[in-house]
Design a protein around this ligand. Structure first.
Ligand code: SAM
Length: 205
C-alpha cells in the first residue's frame, strides 16, 4: 500500500467524524445530492435482482454505500485502506468480512462476488495509472455477469471548491469505452454531461 500511504493517513484522520460531516447538506459529498442519488441508484439496480451470495464495497469508508447491497447478500465484504474507517464500519456491520487493503489489490478469490459497489469517486481519486489496476481487480473478483456500481468525476466546471490533488475525470462516453476495454458493458447511467458526479452500473461481460 506504499503508493497509497498519504491517502491512508488522510482518510484515517477523517474517519471518526465522517458520518457527522456527511450529514450536513452543504458537505461537498452532498453536492448535487450525491449520496442520496447513489443510494437510490444502487437500490433501484439491485431491486431488479434477487438475493445473492456475496457483495463488496470498495473504499467503503464508514459503510454508508454498502447499505442497499447489505440487504441483498449473504456475505458482505467491506474494503478500505484506512483502518479507522473500517473501525467505524464494523459498528454498523459486525458480521461483515473486513479487508484492509487497496482497491487495486483486492484480497479475495477470483469470481467470488455477485456485486461490487464503490461510492465517493474512488476511481477518480486514485493516482494516475492506478485506474486500470482497480478495474482489472474488479473484473477478476466478479462472477460472470457480476455487477459493478460506482461513481466517477465527470464535469469539474460545476465544482466551486478547491480540489486538493489531481483527479481523473471521464466523460460518459470515455468511461463507457474504458469499461468496455476492461471487459464490462454499461447497463445504466445516472447523470449527464453537466453533472459533476455520474453513477454507472456495468456488467462483467
Ligand atoms: C470519499 S470516501 C467515501 C467513503 C464511502 N464509500 C462513502 O460513500 O461514504 C473515500 C474512501 O475511499 C478510501 N480509499 C481511498 N483510496 C483507496 C484505495 N486505493 N483503496 C481502498 N480504499 C481507498 C478512503 O480511505 C475513504 O474511506
Amino acid at each position: 500500500m506504499n503508493n497509497f500511504e498519504s491517502f491512508r493517513v488522510r482518510w484515517n484522520s477523517r474517519a471518526e467524524n465522517w458520518d457527522s460531516e456527511i450529514s450536513k447538506p452543504d458537505h461537498y459529498a452532498n453536492f448535487e445530492a450525491g449520496y442520496e442519488k447513489f443510494l437510490k441508484f444502487e437500490e433501484d439496480i439491485l431491486s431488479e435482482f434477487g438475493e445473492a451470495e456475496a457483495g463488496i464495497d470498495l473504499g467503503c469508508g464508514t459503510a454508508v454505500a454498502a447499505g442497499p447491497m447489505a440487504e441483498k447478500v449473504n456475505n458482505l465484504f467491506l474494503l478500505d485502506l484506512a483502518e479507522s474507517m473500517l473501525a467505524e464500519a464494523i459498528k454498523k456491520y459486525p458480521g461483515a468480512i473486513f479487508l484492509h487493503s487497496s482497491v487495486t489489490a483486492i484480497p479475495v478469490e477470483k469470481e467470488t462476488m455477485d456485486y461490487a459497489v464503490s461510492r465517493g469517486v474512488v476511481i477518480s481519486h486514485l493516482p494516475p495509472g492506478e485506474q486500470g489496476n482497480f478495474l482489472t481487480e474488479v473484473k477478476r473478483i466478479l462472477k460472470p455477469d457480476g455487477m459493478f456500481i460506482f461513481d466517477f468525476l465527470n464535469n469539474l466546471k460545476t465544482a466551486d471548491f478547491h480540489l486538493s490533488s489531481e483527479k481523473t475525470v471521464y466523460t460518459i462516453q470515455e468511461i463507457t469505452e474504458v469499461l468496455r476495454g476492461f471487459g464490462f458493458e454499461v447497463m445504466m447511467v445516472d447523470g449527464d454531461e453537466n453533472s459533476r458526479v455520474v453513477r454507472v452500473a456495468a456488467w462483467k461481460s
